[in-house]
Design a binder for this molecule. Sequence first.
Ligand code: FES
Length: 101
Amino acid sequence: MAEFVSAAKTSDIPPGQGKTVDLGDKKIAVFNVEGTFYAVDDTCIHRGGPLGQGELEGHMVTCPWHGWKYDVRTGEMTLNAAARVSCYPTRIEGGDVEVCC
Ligand code: FES
């Protein structure tokens, strides 16, 4: 059963940036959009690029490999909203970003 686990210190992910974290057997991309944290699968559905290392502009992250863009709030890919990565609930606890996945 999914439960919240610590993914990073909030201070590790400044506003406008993201980070790839290993949570169990999953790679999760965590983003800070003006103090609100979002979590999606790290693996781009095109060819597996690491979304946590992509450039974040507003709520959109660009895959660093070939430029596909995703909305970190929903996981939707801009070229085809039916294609998406999974997204996960987040919360802040004691200075940590926790993700439920
Ligand atoms: S692997 Fe992400 S756009 Fe190609």
